[in-house]
Design a protein around this ligand. Structure first.
Ligand SMILES: *Cc1c(COP(=O)(O)O)cnc(C)c1O
Length: 472
């Protein structure tokens, strides 16, 4: 912005010329004086006073630091207005996902369906019957809205919901195996991400880990040898973000059932992705559904609400009534419980599956877009970029599902490859508003269109043009 001269170079913070540092520090205006500057005073019309005061303090602190660091630049009203613009933006805010990764944990994983967003907003607005049975007029269960759907969709007897799948696994191990043994294949002792390691969760739940098999091969007989009176649980863990290929062998849930059931040892599957319906997409491979695990005979199955299921962050456990009842009555369950917003969004998302609209859940829709659709969108983005004098090439790329799901899946997609200093463009796009997250391949900035809305293409093109024009 253009500033009248008398409000601009109020005080030089440049040490190379001019008075010494302490004198220049003293010459910086007071907060009250800056609040009286016309540009700053007029900002009070659009911003609450405490925010403007904080912006002035922030800008003055930066000016003081500049005096100390002797990098030199005058303190001016524009500093305050920039600090104000930053303060006015929420710290958690929408970003454009141009990475092509559908379930990006750093970008909030699954985007919610319109029905889930609407239900969430309705419930958030006022009071709701979270734990009140409107039929009976007495206290009810907060899981009632989702248990029936979960049972119907997975074929399980009962279900409960906690904060996330990590919490679900912790609850299962603590409630069912504390102080006893849990048998797990060496090939499944994975770290899922965010430091969530299966052996650490075992320790946390005071269960003793009994490793069976080898890294690449574990047979039914390996499990059989390990089973003892002290065995509380046999656990099968989805490898999530990595895959075993080559000379490998693993015992399936169906193979383990005849070992566990006669001994009364529960078989627990930590399934991760929460895949509820088969998804017929080239390159995705075959992922078992939660119903597959239940029908194969797993006693408890845990999965995430915000991976392939496409709902809010949640950890869902389905399985046999008696075991779910034990989880429900454990004190940890109370500490890990979900809030009304999660229940609202989950109920609406599960409702889409029940109503035969599972393929419209955004995660699944994003994964199943055809290459032709994606190419068309990339060409539209290219057109929008050209409108802002930013040249780019439309290129075929391979994307990932993300979120620790389908590690080998390679999804054919299209991207706009933008010429220029890729690192600088990437950083500038990240810091802009709207914030854009892309990626770099072969030294070029790639904007993958898989996770972009059509309505985002024009604002994205503007953001790229601004980034290409230089740092903000
Ligand atoms: C992702 C994953 C988890 C953790 O799920 P969150 O919902 O992120 O806590 C646990 N187990 C497996 C196998 C996973 O893939």
């Amino acid at each position: 912005m253009h500033l009248p001269r008398k409000f601009a170079a109020v005080v030089s913070t440049d040490s190379a010329s001019g008075p010494p540092a302490n004198q220049r520090l003293r010459a910086l205006p007071s907060v009250d004086a800056v609040l009286a500057w016309p540009e700053v005073a007029s900002a009070l019309a659009a911003h609450p006073r405490p925010r403007v005061v904080e912006a002035v303090r922030t800008a003055l602190a930066a000016a003081r630091a500049r005096v100390q660091e002797t990098v030199g630049r005058p303190f001016e009203a524009a500093d305050v207005l920039r600090a104000l613009a930053r303060l006015a933006l929420p710290k958690l805010r929408p970003v454009f996902n141009a990475t092509g990764v559908v379930l990006h944990t750093n970008l909030g994983r699954a985007p919610l369906a319109a029905a889930a967003r609407a239900q969430l907003a309705r419930v958030a607005e006022g009071y709701c019957n979270l734990e009140f049975d409107l039929e009976a007029g007495e206290r009810g269960s907060r899981f009632a809205p989702v248990v029936e759907s979960l049972c119907r969709l997975t074929g399980a007897e009962d279900a409960l919901v906690v904060n996330n799948c990590a919490a679900a696994t912790l609850l299962v191990l603590t409630a069912l195996a504390e102080g006893r043994e849990v048998v797990v294949s060496r090939g499944e002792l994975v770290e899922i991400g965010g430091g969530f390691r299966i052996p650490d969760v075992m320790r946390q739940s005071h269960a003793t880990l009994v490793e069976v098999g080898t890294t690449n091969r574990t047979r039914r007989a390996d499990y059989e040898k390990a089973l003892a009176d002290t065995t509380a649980l046999v656990a099968k863990v989805h490898r999530s973000n990595f895959a075993l290929v080559g000379f490998t062998e693993e015992a399936s849930v169906a193979e383990l059932v005849p070992l566990c059931a006669p001994r009364g040892i529960p078989l627990f599957v930590d399934a991760g992705s929460g895949h509820l319906l088969p998804l017929d997409v080239a390159g995705l491979g075959v992922e078992p559904t939660m119903r597959d695990h239940v029908e194969a005979g797993a006693d408890l199955v845990a999965f995430s609400g915000d991976k392939l299921l496409g709902g809010p962050q949640a950890g869902i456990v389905v399985g046999r009534s008696a075991l779910v009842a034990r989880l429900r009555s454990h004190p940890l369950h109370r500490a890990l419980r979900v809030d009304k917003l999660t229940v609202a969004a989950l109920e609406a998302t599960l409702g889409m599956y029940r109503d035969g609209q599972g393929d419209a859940v955004p995660t699944r829709a994003l994964l199943s877009q055809s290459p032709a659709t994606l190419r068309l969108r990339a060409e539209r983005l290219q057109g929008a970029l050209a409108g802002h004098a930013v040249p780019c090439d439309v290129v075929a790329v391979e994307g990932q599902a993300g979120g620790g799901t389908l590690p080998l899946a390679r999804l054919a997609s299209f991207a706009c490859a933008v010429a220029g200093d890729a690192e600088a463009l990437l950083a500038s796009l990240r810091r802009g508003e709207p914030a854009v997250v892309g990626r770099i391949a072969d030294g070029k900035l790639l904007l993958d269109v898989r996770c972009l809305q059509d309505s985002e293409l024009e604002p994205l093109a503007r953001a790229v043009a601004a980034a290409a024009a230089g740092p903000a």
